[in-house]
Ligand binder design. Structure first.
Ligand code: CO
Length: 134
């Protein structure tokens, strides 16, 4: 079921500072910031040869990463995203094994315009896990 690592997401307080760190210190190639009000975040992607790093900055009042940043004031790794061929088949297989899917259990359109689901961190080694159909 599980395919390539699509991205690692890092929650940050200050997107500009995060971009500057990756550009200046690491020489990374970074996309422009994209506000995603429907997800409560502004997103930047760092493009690496084998995967991407996603910076998430809170946007608006009820950002889903606000609590995370309260617990992790310096920011930190927020989730991992793995690619799957068939997200509904993956969801059904995982649910049959007792894994919890967040939200209403139906895929949403994620930051790349593709269907995504999130799996409960308690079922996956304490790590919020995203599946993306590619
Ligand atoms: Co993600």
């Amino acid at each position: 079921m599980i395919g390539r690592l699509n991205h690692v997401a890092i929650a940050v307080r200050d997107l500009n500072a995060a971009v500057a760190t990756y550009k200046n210190a690491l020489g990374a190639k970074v996309t422009d910031a994209t506000p995603q009000p429907e997800h409560g975040v502004t997103v930047v992607f760092v493009e690496l040869p084998n995967t991407k790093i996603e910076f998430l900055e809170p946007l608006g009042e009820n950002s889903p990463i606000a609590k995370f940043l309260e617990r992790n004031p310096d920011g930190g790794i927020h989730h991992l995203c793995y690619e799957v061929d068939d997200i509904l088949a993956a969801r059904d297989q995982l649910k049959a094994q007792g894994a919890r899917v967040l939200g209403d259990g139906n895929p949403k359109i994620g930051a790349h315009g593709k269907p995504v689901l999130f799996l409960h961190p308690k079922d996956f080694l304490g790590t919020l896990t995203e599946l993306e159909q590619v």
